[in-house]
Design a protein around this ligand. Structure first.
Ligand SMILES: C[S@@+](CC[C@H](N)C(=O)[O-])C[C@H]1O[C@@H](n2cnc3c(N)ncnc32)[C@H](O)[C@@H]1O
Length: 158
């Protein structure tokens, strides 16, 4: 899986534009819509407790294409992915975000570290047999009472 997405580090934007062309809309449109949804969820459901930072986690963040649209939405945003090359591109484009490599088995974070965890266009790439653990891990890293895990659907096949 990591090798597969490693090969998209430079071309991911073009590949996505190609797969959504049928919609007549560009990638920007979908990124902005996802960011609006996440901002709304943070505002409605992630209450700052005792002045603590609101922390978000993007699982399978790829090259970090969504992250410029989330500027200021979280006090701290982390991203993780199985593709090292995608993460290298994400770090270059978004130097203020904390990126970490992960495996399909385990997320490299402590229990309860985040207020909201989401995955955008990722779950269909996770083999069905691995999905229970994928969601278990997303839940494990949420604060008690933290938000549901989210899979943000994409348009087309990316
Ligand atoms: C289609 S890309 C989506 C990237 C980004 N979320 C976006 O919306 O632009 C799917 C990403 O999921 C990552 N991925 C696949 N399986 C994963 C897993 N089990 N854990 C973390 N990342 C995974 C891939 O490496 C790839 O970067």
């Amino acid at each position: 899986m990591s090798e597969h997405f490693d090969s998209y580090d430079a071309s991911y934007g073009e590949v996505v534009e190609g797969s959504i062309r049928f919609s007549g809309l560009q990638h920007d449109f979908f990124l902005a819509a996802k960011a609006d949804l996440l901002r709304r969820l943070v505002g409605e459901r992630c209450l700052r407790q005792g002045g603590a930072d609101v922390r978000g986690l993007d699982v399978g963040c790829g090259v970090g294409a969504l992250h410029p649209y989330l500027d200021g939405a979280f006090d701290r945003l982390d991203g993780c992915d199985v593709s090292q090359k995608s993460l290298a591109r994400a770090r270059r484009d978004n130097p203020h975000i904390a990126y970490t490599a992960c495996t399909t088995d385990r997320l490299p974070y402590q229990d309860g570290a985040f207020d909201l965890a989401f995955a955008s266009c990722v779950v269909h790439h996770v083999p069905p047999a691995s999905r229970p653990n994928f969601f278990h891990e997303m839940r494990r890293v949420l604060r008690q009472g933290g938000e549901r895990t989210l899979d943000l659907p994409g348009k087309g096949s990316c």
